[in-house]
Write a protein that binds this ligand. Structure first.
Ligand code: PEP
Length: 257
């Protein structure tokens, strides 16, 4: 069996305030046992990144950004570049989150440009994919996952793939309290891994981490991560509560050993 380090990400979305975000980061930093063999990253709002970087210090928790623009600088009002994020201590970026695809309207092409730019800048990219409820009900889950994976990874070399995590996040499960069954999620993850083998090779497929997102919480994290192709989780709501997030991290650690 492939030896992949479990990855747990906390996507704060547009939540917290300055004081609450710093407090949350501090509690996570003191509660996280860095040598426990799990990679942990948090994705706070842009404006708090610098303050939170200072709190994470040597905790071993990676600081990530929820988005980034692909251009290095220029007339792109409101956008944030990868170098700016690096200045704030960021080393991981979410790309293609469903809320950016479906609320903000990001296209596959833009998601690909952002993913490539993040990798070119030397950052980790967490590429999010997943089907809507309508797509699931019309039997298109695998086709959507294949399409978004191929489009998102267009032009990305096997070497660069080493810095990519794929987050399978069925849109109907995000923030809804509904979770894919471990079996359904495993089936999707296994198919994505098979696809990576055809796009790259078996070694790349065995190495890449494919994590699940969609209402993961302390009560279901262990059974999801027990599945052979589920290598961790991207957590929204439950990442805003330090106890819940630390409990999911512990479930990931238990799975790792
Ligand atoms: C997410 O934001 O990526 C997510 C999975 O959210 P939630 O855990 O709240 O469903």
């Amino acid at each position: 069996m492939a030896n992949r380090t479990t990855f747990i990400g906390g996507n704060w979305k547009m939540n917290t305030d300055a004081q609450g975000g710093i407090q949350l980061a501090q509690t996570l930093a003191s509660g996280f046992q860095r040598d426990a063999g799990v990679d942990v990253a948090i994705y706070p709002p842009f404006v708090y990144l610098r303050d939170i970087a200072a709190k994470l210090g040597g905790s071993g928790i990676t600081l990530g950004a929820q988005d980034a623009y692909f251009q290095p600088n220029g007339a792109f009002t409101g956008e944030v570049s990868l170098d700016m994020l690096k200045d704030c201590g960021v080393s991981s970026v979410l790309t293609g989150h469903s809320e950016r695809r479906h609320v903000v309207g990001e296209t596959d092409l833009l998601v690909n440009k952002k993913t490539r730019a993040a990798l070119d800048a030397g950052l980790q990219a967490v590429l999010c994919i997943g089907e809507t409820l309508e797509q699931r009900e019309s039997g298109k889950t695998d086709a959507i996952n294949e399409h978004q994976t191929r489009a998102g990874l267009e032009g990305i070399s096997k070497d660069q793939l080493g810095s990519v995590v794929i987050a399978y996040e069925p849109v109907w499960a995000i923030g809804t309290g509904k979770t894919a069954t471990p079996e359904d999620a495993q089936d999707a993850h296994a198919k994505i891994r098979e696809l990576i083998a055809t796009m790259y090779d078996q070694q790349a497929a065995d190495a890449i981490r494919i994590i699940y997102g969609g209402s993961m919480k302390p009560g279901n994290a262990a059974e999801l991560m027990a599945m052979p192709d589920i290598d961790g989780g991207l957590i929204g709501g439950a990442s805003l509560k330090a106890d819940d997030f630390l409990s999911i991290i512990r479930a990931g650690q238990a799975h790792q050993v």
